[in-house]
Design a protein around this ligand. Structure first.
Ligand SMILES: C[S@@+](CC[C@H](N)C(=O)[O-])C[C@H]1O[C@@H](n2cnc3c(N)ncnc32)[C@H](O)[C@@H]1O
Length: 291
């Protein structure tokens, strides 16, 4: 296990969900726990975004814009993944790169499920501190420290009580871009080995987009120049995938894709302002079943 600092992008997406909770798609999206997982300083920008007016000062405005846009992206992504988990109804869930995912503390549908949360040790320690004595809605939450880039999933999961013969829902949200293609291939091969027939994999991945690349570069430059902390600094994107390639890779590993939609399509019918459409077009959620 490589020791490292806790993930900053996990905090960023948690801030996004905290900005969106109770404001957008209220009949479909809800994450009241996200705010509880944030430190006081991390809540400041969330409160600014929720309050509305765009700050005049450039530096504050950039942090504001980043969190606001992430919030808009989180809504369709979360709704699609929550729906897939509910529909499958498995009693064993594995969340790969769980970060500050709050499903095990907010989804009452998991009351009979064991949720294994896989992440770097540093991110897990940080999460344990943030969670404190919050009571899970899942029957059991089991942290499993694995660095997907260099460690084997199977021994760690099985050592933590994971049952490979049981049907599993795997959630792989917001993690694929941070792994190289080789690491994605290797992780998927391990997931396949550990998946009983009928298991589902819900994978969120990112397509290449020059607009997104330029936007991220500009945001990061402004943050650096204005000496604000940059949540993207330590976690570069390492792999972006075309849908046909992702489908092919899933197929090679015995996972048949049952749906694969971009976030803009998944946002249809959700009450969201139509202003983050570029980013929504490039993020996707695929659901695949192990045959
Ligand atoms: C953007 S966050 C997403 C967190 C969570 N899935 C969500 O959507 O809220 C990326 C997460 O992937 C984890 N991650 C990135 N590379 C990883 C690796 N090699 N092994 C385990 N976890 C990793 C990070 O620690 C972080 O928690």
């Amino acid at each position: 296990m490589t020791e490292r600092v806790a993930s900053a992008t996990a905090v960023l997406v948690c801030q996004g969900r905290a900005t969106a909770d109770g404001r957008y798609a209220v009949d479909r999206f809800s994450d009241p726990v996200a705010r509880m997982l944030l430190d006081e300083a991390e809540r400041l920008v969330v409160d600014l975004v929720r309050a509305g007016p765009v700050p005049a000062e450039a530096a504050t405005r950039m942090a504001f814009e980043m969190v606001r846009r992430v919030g808009l992206t989180m809504v369709p992504r979360t709704v699609a993944i929550d729906d897939a988990i509910r529909v499958h109804g498995a009693a064993q869930i594995v969340i790969l790169g769980a970060g500050l995912d709050a499903r095990a503390w907010r989804m009452t549908e998991l009351s009979r499920a064991t949720v294994f949360e896989v992440d770097h040790l540093a991110s897990q320690r940080d999460k344990a501190r943030r969670v404190g004595d919050l009571v899970p809605t899942a029957e059991r939450v089991v942290p499993v420290a694995v660095d997907l880039a260099i460690e084997r999933l199977g021994p760690a999961l099985e050592g933590a009580g994971f049952a490979p013969q049981a049907v599993t829902t795997w959630v792989w949200e917001g993690v694929v871009p941070y792994l190289t293609r080789k690491q994605v291939r290797s992780t998927l091969a391990q997931v396949a080995e550990l998946s009983a027939t009928g298991s589902r994999l819900v994978v969120n991945y990112q397509m290449a987009s020059s607009v997104t690349r330029v936007m991220r570069a500009v945001m990061r430059l402004v943050l650096r120049v204005s000496r604000q902390s940059d949540p993207l600094a330590g976690e570069p994107w390492r792999s972006l995938w075309r849908p046909d390639r992702m489908r092919g890779l899933l197929g090679e590993n015995g996972f048949a894709v049952t749906s694969d939609s971009d976030l803009l399509t998944l946002a249809t019918g959700l009450s969201l302002p139509a202003e983050n459409n570029g980013s929504l077009r490039n993020g996707r959620v695929a659901v695949a079943v192990r045959d």
